[in-house]
Design a protein around this ligand. Structure first.
Ligand code: AMP
Ligand code: TRP
Length: 328
């Protein structure tokens, strides 16, 4: 079985974008891949975090992974900071990454260009840590949203660089970007990504939003005056976004949906999307509450950490031997 790994930062509340662009794909992959999914809390602290919130977000994220359908019997779910090998290989990777490579990473570049103050060194070097996350487990594939592709490409370069210098050590991973829903956009500004950090709450649907409020957000989503339900991301980004959402939640193809809406207006279409979102959130939140009550979160993480640590330790030993850290 091919290996696959991905992680999400426990910062802020998860959005429908996170579900459609990331978690939903993990659930689909769990039967056909040896899947590792982790909570990227070491990445979270590249930006200052409140302790109480970080703890809550971490627990919530694990519970939401499970509520979305990740099965701990099939997937290894673990907490990054509990597997110390990430920090160790992270440093080794930092030392084989060039400044120029990190300067080209858009996440850093955008912040620097905006003249943001208080950018930490961690935020700058975090793509090297991300490479370590992936390479520790010899992942063949890394399912991520399109915004993370650049980091996986850097990981490939670092893996190849290391293999070239020290001999075959790491699997060179490939990013896996889903076709539909690779990017979900803001409901209020459909040219911008739906994001945890968006200021206008009407633009974002949180997985823990009251389903009735979520319904209203869909009904008031920005569209256009063309009046035809069709997928055209340039001239009708709002409708294209709603089509992506509906198609992702119901598994009906966009083609089939637009066919059903030939000659019909936006009102009816929005209602269907709103109902699909309502139903999805209602089910998800019921699972989430049950999981938090059950004690499953602690059990899953304890077992996952153990499994991940074993693999990571083995890989790190090999790396240390290759670079000359093991002297006896
Ligand atoms: P983040 O919320 O930035 O930590 O991202 C976690 C994962 O969710 C990454 O794989 C992202 O690419 C994905 N993701 C976040 N927001 C969106 C979005 N609006 N559309 C699609 N994928 C997203
Ligand atoms: N950087 C990713 C994000 O911001 C999270 C992440 C950290 C990740 N390590 C990873 C994703 C390894 C995939 C694989 O969303």
């Amino acid at each position: 079985m091919k290996k696959m790994l991905s992680g999400i930062k426990p910062t802020g509340r998860l959005t429908l974008g996170n579900y459609i662009g990331a978690i939903r794909n993990f659930v689909n992959y769990q039967d056909n891949y040896e899947l590792y999914v982790f909570i990227a809390n070491m990445h979270a602290i590249t930006v200052a975090q409140d302790k109480t919130e970080l703890k809550k977000n971490t627990k919530d994220l694990i519970a939401l992974y499970l509520a979305c359908g990740l099965d701990p019997n099939k997937v290894t779910i673990f907490l990054q900071s509990d597997v110390h090998e990430h920090a160790e290989l992270g440093w080794i990777m930092t030392c084989s990454t060039y400044m120029g490579e990190l300067q080209r990473m858009t996440q850093y570049k955008d912040k620097a260009a905006k003249g943001e103050i208080g950018i930490t060194a961690g935020l700058f070097t975090y793509p090297s840590l991300m490479a370590a996350d992936i390479l520790l487990y010899d992942a063949d594939y890394v399912p991520v949203g399109v915004d993370q592709k650049q980091h996986v490409e850097l990981t490939r370069n670092l893996a190849e660089r290391f293999n070239h210098r020290y001999g075959d050590t790491f699997t060179v991973p490939e990013p896996l970007i889903a076709k539909v829903g690779a990017k979900v956009y803001s409901l209020q500004d459909p040219t911008k990504k739906m994001s945890k950090s968006e200021e206008n709450p009407k633009g974002t649907i949180d997985l823990l939003d009251d389903p009735n409020i979520a319904k209203k957000k869909i009904m008031s989503a920005v569209t256009d005056s063309i009046g035809i339900v069709q997928y055209d991301i340039d001239t009708q980004p709002g409708i294209a976004n709603l089509l992506t959402i509906l198609s992702s939640l119901t598994n009906e193809s966009i083609e089939s949906i637009t066919k059903r809406y030939e000659g019909k207006g936006y009102g009816e279409f929005k209602k269907e999307v709103a109902n699909a979102v309502f139903e999805f959130l209602t089910n998800l939140q019921k699972n989430y509450v049950d999981i938090l009550k059950s004690g499953l979160v602690e059990q899953v993480i304890t077992e996952g950490n153990m499994k991940a640590s074993k693999l990571a330790a083995k890989k790190l030993r090999k790396v240390k031997r290759k670079i000359g850290f093991e002297i006896f």
